[in-house]
Write a protein that binds this ligand. Structure first.
Ligand SMILES: Cc1cc2nc3c(=O)[nH]c(=O)nc-3n(C[C@H](O)[C@H](O)[C@H](O)COP(=O)(O)O)c2cc1C
Length: 185
């Protein structure tokens, strides 16, 4: 099978990571691939914050949990009540993607960058998981107070996060609905 197609088919969301930090050169490859994603008009109105401090990540998770209990839906509340809940699954590296709020097509741009990140990770046998519940960090003043520490300038909003680390599980492919194709010939 073609190597690129193999990587796309093998990538899974990983929710169990080894504690060991990922190799710096491999991380650099991932970041190089992130900014090579197609993006509308090559506007590049995105920002990637690489977080490798366990203390910072754990502090973010504490605030996220607090915000989920205050404002989250029941499903999220139940998940966050679990004693081993950690928004980023204790991954040693998290990339926070933020972007200029008003840039056209920015959600598509960031989604494509996120996919490049997950595929570049998989190509190097690094596990990843796209995480949107990280948005709950910014649901309170306490969370928004972290923007400066996270290097998010004025006018930038959080889009999603990606957990990265060496895999400590090998999950099955979640089922896909194949009845989603139309052909017009
Ligand atoms: C926009 C987006 C948000 C997601 N948010 C979360 C999340 O908050 N927590 C989580 O564990 N997985 C999250 N995921 C991962 C999906 O659950 C996962 O991609 C899906 O179940 C398919 O599984 P696969 O990635 O292994 O193919 C998210 C994925 C996307 C694309």
């Amino acid at each position: 099978m073609n190597e690129t197609i193999k990587v796309i088919k093998n990538r899974r969301s990983i929710r169990k990571y080894k504690a060991e930090q990922i190799n710096a050169a491999e991380l650099q490859e991932i970041l190089d691939c992130a900014i090579l994603a197609p993006n509308a008009m090559n506007q590049q109105k995105w920002l990637f914050t690489v977080i490798q401090s366990k203390a910072v990540l754990d502090r973010m998770v504490e605030i996220i949990k607090e915000n989920i209990f205050n404002a989250g839906n029941d499903f999220m509340k139940e998940r966050a009540s679990s004693p081993d809940y950690h928004t980023f699954y204790n991954a040693p590296t998290v990339i926070l993607i933020s972007a200029v709020e008003k840039a056209p097509w920015i959600q598509v741009d960031c989604g494509l960058a996120a996919e490049n990140i997950t595929l570049a990770a998989e190509a190097q046998n690094i596990g990843s998981c796209v995480i949107a519940s990280s948005r709950m960090l910014f649901a309170s003043e306490k969370g928004n107070a972290m923007r400066k520490e996270l290097g998010m300038p004025e006018g930038y909003n959080h889009v999603c996060a990606i957990a990265l680390g060496y895999k400590d599980e090998n999950p099955e492919t979640p089922a896909r609905n194949k009845e989603v194709f139309n052909y017009v010939k």
